[in-house]
Design a protein around this ligand. Structure first.
Ligand code: GDP
Ligand code: MG
Length: 292
């Protein structure tokens, strides 16, 4: 039996959370086409006959972190490397960027083995470009292994996990075999509301939102959930609610469906929107909302 912690790192938007969900087979980490969707460190536990792999999803490591929220997120990602046995460095085809280089620098400093996951290969129309790309990345660092894959389609994800399992140290399982994450259902449902905000709201609005669960009550065949959406300005509140409440209704509907899939039960969801100025640039307010 092998076991250990595997940090999933990379610049924002390369597909780290999509990969984690695919590996675990459940949506435990929210995803969207916007960078910085993931704000928390989330464990995803995969228990196999030969190994228990504890993946750590992280907010993307990015350059330029002036705002408190960005500082908190960078700390969460960098701190993860210190406790990991292995890192999975996620990049995407077809380009290597300055931010990728920055992440590789941090990985070199951490001095742990790195598996390079080259994601989004489904987007490559000209497959002949893949081999030269892999070769150019192998030149940059002595990776423990390099695996091209598609987290979205699931291509090569099983093969990838074989590679990861083989590289872990020998040891017993660290968590009960039926546990898939360290996060509570309360946390996961709050995130499912935030996922809708990230996916549906334009430009800067979603970055100023946070979600707090005010009530979570399990009843016979039903979970009753009340969630509060915090925004930074009155104008943002109007946008989240939308004309005649349309936006909030759509957010609520899709979040509820995702919650029902996750919890395997019916969900009754109520949403409210409240204004709290500049919470995302105030470290104390961030801690109050669960950002360590
Ligand atoms: P993260 O910021 O690294 O956690 O990235 P996410 O997992 O949130 O994904 C960012 C975006 O990339 C989302 O729109 C995903 O649907 C998309 N994505 C992730 N993996 C793949 C993939 O294998 N192929 C394609 N085409 N898109 C992907
Ligand atoms: Mg993410």
């Amino acid at each position: 039996m092998r076991s250990g912690y595997v940090a999933i790192v990379g610049r924002p938007n390369v597909g780290k959370s999509t990969l984690l969900n695919r590996l675990i087979g459940q949506k435990i980490s929210i995803t969207s086409s916007r960078p910085q969707t993931t704000r928390h460190r989330i464990l995803g536990i995969s228990t196999r006959p030969d190994a228990q792999i504890v993946y750590i999803d992280t907010p993307g490591l990015h350059l330029g972190s002036r705002r408190a929220m960005n500082r908190v997120m960078n700390r969460a990602a960098a701190g993860t490397l210190e406790e990991a046995d292995l890192a999975v460095f996620v990049v995407e085809v077809p380009q290597w960027t300055e931010e990728d280089e920055h992440v590789l620098g941090l990985l070199r400093e951490a001095g742990i083995p790195v598996v390079l996951a080259i994601n989004k290969v489904d987007r490559l129309t000209d497959k002949s470009r893949l081999l030269p790309y892999i070769a150019s990345l192998r030149d940059r660092h002595e990776f423990a292994d390099v695996v091209p894959l598609s987290a979205l389609k699931g291509t090569q994800v099983e093969g990838f996990e074989e590679v990861v399992a083989r590289l872990l140290p020998e040891g017993p399982a660290l968590f009960p075999e039926d546990q898939v994450t360290d996060r509570s259902e309360r946390f996961l449902v709050a995130e499912l509301v935030r996922e809708q905000l990230m996916r549906r709201l334009g430009q800067e609005v979603p970055y100023g939102t946070a979600v707090e669960i005010e009530n979570y009550a399990e009843e016979e065949g039903l979970v009753r959930i009340a969630a509060l959406i915090w925004v930074e300005r009155d104008g943002h509140k109007a946008i989240v609610i939308g004309k005649g409440g349309k936006m909030l209704k759509a957010i609520g509907q899709d979040a509820r469906l995702a919650m029902e899939r996750l919890l395997g039960t019916r969900v009754y969801l109520q949403l409210w929107v409240k204004v709290k100025e500049n919470w995302s640039d105030d470290e104390r307010a961030l801690r109050g909302l669960g950002y360590e």
